[in-house]
Write a protein that binds this ligand. Structure first.
Ligand code: PAF
Length: 283
């Protein structure tokens, strides 16, 4: 089957309605485009688990704050379509802003508790924008399964919460972070890094891995966080650390002790680029 490009919500809905009538299962991979090998692994995973695969490509203005990178966020539609085709997607949903947020649009989805901490503290309103657009994308494409990377671990947790709270009847599938051989997590924003920043960036993952060793050895959460932060700053003196936190992997509340299912998350500025990463501590 060749790749179908739908830019209108009605056309997308109509296509998935026909597929559903034929009893075909649908997997959705929501993205903002500028696709890389991390997205490719989500699409391939969706390909293995569903009869039809839809990739959405929409740079969602509602999840960017004032002064953030909405305008300069990388856009590369023809390369993205080629990657979707290569990975076996059946359709790409690429709506314009007015298809998603028509004139007068005034509804927002707030996943309380999970939205305000970590990323939410530094990017107020970000997760309201994410939850709202994800709900709309799920409504339009009606998938059995939707695939999200663990790289955006807070987003994955929050989307799972929303799907469960609102009885959406979709399975939210979390997929491992894809990394470069030197450990840097793949991200569309890596394209912003200068060659020097790119060379330094893997130190973030290395610091998380080293601090995880401390946690596994029984160090307190605060000591683990201090070690990760100190190691990042030792390797990248010009970095600015927004946060390094050891949290409960389900609730994202700060870990009280280094035990149970935990996740170590960090957000770090390298020059004008903000990178996030996280790793599981105990599975
Ligand atoms: O992770 C992303 O690319 C975006 O936050 C998402 C889930 C596509 C919503 O815009």
């Amino acid at each position: 089957m060749s790749l179908l490009l739908c830019t209108r919500r009605r056309r997308m809905s109509e296509l998935v309605r026909r597929w559903r009538e034929q009893g075909l299962s649908i997997g959705l991979v929501p993205t903002m485009g500028a696709l890389h090998e991390g997205h490719a692994s989500l699409i391939r995973r969706a390909r293995r688990g569903n009869d039809r695969v839809v990739v959405s490509i929409f740079v969602n203005p509602a999840q960017f704050g004032p002064g953030e990178d909405y305008a300069r966020y990388p856009r590369a539609l023809s390369r993205d379509l080629a990657l979707c085709r290569r990975c076996g997607a059946d359709a790409v949903y690429h709506p314009g802003v007015s298809q998603v947020y028509p004139e007068g649009f005034s509804t927002a989805v707030q996943v309380s508790g999970l939205s305000e901490r970590l990323e939410g503290k530094f990017r107020p309103g970000h997760f309201r924008g994410v939850a709202t657009v994800v709900l709309k994308l799920l409504e339009t494409t009606r998938p059995e399964r939707a695939y999200f990377g663990e790289k955006d671990y807070q987003q994955l947790t929050l989307v799972r919460r929303m799907a469960s709270d609102l009885d959406l009847g979709v399975a939210i599938v979390g997929c491992p972070t894809a990394r470069q051989p030197d450990g840097l997590a793949l991200s569309s924003r890596n394209a912003y890094l200068s060659p020097r920043e790119r060379a330094l960036a893997p130190a973030i993952h290395a610091a998380l891995v080293a601090a995880r060793g401390l946690a596994r050895g029984g160090a307190s959460p605060k000591a683990v966080e201090r070690r990760a932060r100190a190691r990042i700053l030792a390797s990248i003196p010009q970095a600015r650390v927004d946060y390094v936190e050891l949290v409960d992997a389900r609730t994202l509340r700060p870990a009280e002790r280094a035990r149970g299912r935990l996740r170590l998350l960090a957000a770090v500025w390298l020059g004008k680029t903000r990178l996030i990463d996280n790793i599981p501590v105990f599975n």
